[in-house]
Design a protein around this ligand. Sequence first.
Ligand code: HAM
Length: 453
Amino acid sequence: MGQRALPGFRDFYPAEFADRAHLFATFRRIARRFGFVEYDGPPLEPLELYTQKSGEEIVGQLYNFTDKGGREVALRPEMTPTVARLVGARAAALPKPVRWFSIPQLFRYERQQKGRLREHFQLNVDIFGESDSLADAELLAVACEIMRAFDLGPDDVRARVSDRRLLNALLSHLGITDAQAPAVYAVLDKLERQPQEISREKLALAGCSPEQAAAVLAFGTLDFDAAVVAYGQSPTVQPHLERFAQYRAHLDALGVLEYVHFDLSIVRGLAYYTGIVFELFDAKGEFRAICGGGRYDTLLSSLGGSDLPALGFGMGDVVLGELLRARGKLASTLARPDFWLVPDDGADVPAVLRAARALRRHEFSVVHALDADRLWNRKPRTQMQDAQRQGARAGLRVLPGGVAEVILFDRSDGDAASRRVDLAALLAGDAAASVPVVAQLRDLLAADAAPSS
Ligand code: HAM
């Protein structure tokens, strides 16, 4: 006893579980609205799946070990290599584009900090087999519509979007070589958090001239229209600006452009991104990224599967939960039993159990005392108090002859309303005659006006 969960791991008591279930239900609802179907993969994978493709940062955070069969394995730190493997293995047979989502629990040995744990759940939404920017727009629209479903509007959340192809074209237009590019990426990635002077020094160290460094530093505040004015004449940059403009037009028609901010400092740490990349942040900048993703067109072929273009995002439950809680927008409720059953004069314990069985067969959630002696002997009034303490929505007294008295606990008018309902048809298993009785019970619960806390 007295043991606690490992640092960075959470216990989900029912109240926390209810929050998690609320997030997942919203994830599923919106993903399905866009035609995505759910899948899963193994939580434990061969180590090399990540050492080859995920990039240094994640590899340094792996929970890995040698299993009893001598295999090098790792708990999944992200879902993308797994889904790339799954799709790659059946690429020829799957109708394209493939639209899949999943909500895996992921494990990263992170330094403990706000918004970062050592396990988290992450909604993954991915599209395979489509290289057009309409697919990129659709993907970001899913993420933005999820924000909207949580009542987080464009004033609450920003989608910061860049394009690696455009960025590469800009760098080569400035005369920065492929060999210098990784160092420039690293500077861009830290632009917000690092003093300008340090960024400038790092760019100089990477061999950038003062003019090149000034142009790169200006990327941090360059909006899309200014980028068109500054670089639209360059024949190598122009096609990428054109594609990005098309992408923005799609986002506009999809109704999410208000969320979107062009931002060349969004680089993404993971090694496999090749095109449009994005991250979602709270607008006040108080929290870490809510979501990150982008296009990764070469990952499948590099894993030895087929050559399918791909794009997707991951949205974690931790930062989103923190943000919703901070804004008072986490509206989850604990599931409550519909009825708490109590016997009355003349009804015995089996009569209560038969009523419970009949009600459950019609999908009502039904509970009663589990000590038969208490169920039988304790005053109905005291049992009704137990029922309220345990959060039941209504008490149901089982009277002789299959009649029940329903007592609604949540009446906001203070009237602890009670109604008589004849359960005989339910008890007899008469399906047709049960329909109006079930409807009557449902109406009673629905009329139960008080909001639950
Ligand atoms: P990521 O940026 O590493 O991307 O993670 C995506 C989101 O997961 C982050 O924005 C954050 O909300 C959440 N997250 C990541 N690590 C942690 C952590 N240690 N604790 C709490 N939350 C965390 C990926 O993982 C990509 N595989 C996403 C993707 C899917 N790209 C294409 N498809």
